[in-house]
Design a protein around this ligand. Structure first.
Ligand SMILES: Nc1ncnc2c1ncn2[C@@H]1O[C@H](COP(=O)(O)OP(=O)(O)OP(=O)(O)O)[C@@H](O)[C@H]1O
Ligand SMILES: [Mg+2]
Length: 357
């Protein structure tokens, strides 16, 4: 057999060897795990800030029935983690593989898969005890992660299956945009909205990770991290890990975070606005050119300018004229317009508005 393999496809066996070598060597070492995975909630109790859904899942962990579920909300708020943790607690590590079918956007989920794989899995009946003797619910769970990327016909094909197999199977649909799930499916599920995580919760989690990983940090650094991640804990943890790599054995400061996140320093934004208010057009031109040359994304500059303009001492009419222009610039940038010209045209409106009475 070995000779046969060698003889026919030298290249493929060579490829396997290449792939195999680093895999086995890393397995011997401690495998580096991204922190988002390392600190993914292991049980439902560890899921922070999503009280309603945790309450429902805990009831079902105590033996009550589970409805079909639909989780929706922005990225990094714990949707996938919650259902994975709940399934693990319900079935234990051994039964997990038999009882849970997890399909996400990386799997084929067209109508054929719904008709065959999902339907066949749903039709299996299961017992109400685990191998370790504990009671477990007499149903299986089908997790359809990123369900908003499923095609319309595939979603439609789920409708009857969901009803017919309700004795033995619960579905959990997860998505970012609930409007992309067809109405008949949403009405078959209990809907749970996952809120963006509150700042204090994020801070708590990040501090916990900092102490577990022995990181040095400044208070401002953590506050900046929370601010740039906008309620997305995954983003915050990823940034934290990058920051930790960047400043080995040093303090994680606000500056590090700003650098990693690609945020424009607020000093630069203030400077640009003040030039618009008081300086000349040439100076504004230079300021914008500098920012674009530094490599800051125009969309990021726009977002920060927007935040800053709202807080300026201008009357409502002027603010509304500026923000209206911002909307136009945003659309143009999305369509691929030139960053420098768009920012310049926005700043000229700011100059105009701030100079008129
Ligand atoms: N509510 C939460 N409690 C604790 N940790 C969380 C929470 N939300 C997110 N996290 C952290 O963020 C990581 C990503 O969470 P998860 O994969 O569950 O996000 P998601 O809501 O499924 O996002 P997406 O919509 O992008 O799939 C987790 O590994 C965990 O570390
Ligand atoms: Mg997810």
């Amino acid at each position: 057999m070995q000779a046969f393999l060698k003889g026919t496809s030298v290249q493929s066996s060579k490829l396997q060897k290449d792939k195999g070598a680093p895999g086995t060597s890393t397995e011997k070492r401690v495998r580096p795990v991204p922190w988002v995975e390392k600190y993914r909630p292991k049980c439902v109790d560890e899921v922070a800030f999503q009280d309603e859904v945790v309450a429902v899942l805990k009831k079902s962990l105590e033996g009550a029935d589970l409805p079909n579920l639909l989780f929706y909300g922005p990225p990094g708020t714990g949707k996938t983690s919650t259902i994975l943790a709940a399934s693990r607690e319900l079935f234990g590590p051994q039964l997990y593989k038999q009882r849970v079918l997890e399909l996400n956007a990386s799997d084929e989920r067209g109508i054929q898969v719904v008709r065959h794989k999902v339907k066949n899995f749903a039709q299996l009946t299961v017992a109400g005890t685990r191998t370790d003797g504990k009671r477990c619910p007499p149903f299986k769970i089908i997790i359809l992660d990123e369900a908003d990327s499923m095609t319309g016909p595939a979603q439609a094909a789920l409708r009857r299956t969901m009803e017919k197999e309700s004795r033995t199977t619960r579905f959990c649909l997860i998505c970012n945009y609930v409007s992309r799930i067809i109405e008949p499916l949403t009405s078959r599920c209990s809907k749970f909205r996952f809120k963006p995580l509150a700042n204090w919760i994020q801070e708590e989690r990040l501090l916990e990770i900092c102490s577990k990983e022995n990181l040095k940090y400044s208070k401002e650094g953590i506050a900046a991290l929370v601010k740039v991640s906008e309620g997305d804990l995954r983003k915050a943890i990823t940034f934290l890990q990058s920051a930790a790599r960047l400043v080995v054995d040093q303090e994680i400061t606000e500056k590090t975070i700003v650098e990693i996140a690609g945020v424009v320093p607020s000093k630069m934004i203030d400077n640009l606005l003040q030039t618009c208010f008081k300086g000349t057009f040439e100076k504004v031109q230079i300021a914008i050119k500098d920012m674009v040359d530094e490599g800051y994304a125009a969309t990021q500059i726009l977002i920060q300018l927007h935040e800053s303009i709202i807080e300026q001492d201008l009357n409502d009419k002027k603010k509304s004229a500026i923000t209206e222009k911002m909307a136009v610039v945003d659309k143009c940038l999305a369509d691929g317009a030139d960053e420098y010209l768009q920012l310049l045209s926005l700043c000229s409106i700011i100059i105009e508005q701030s100079s008129t009475n």
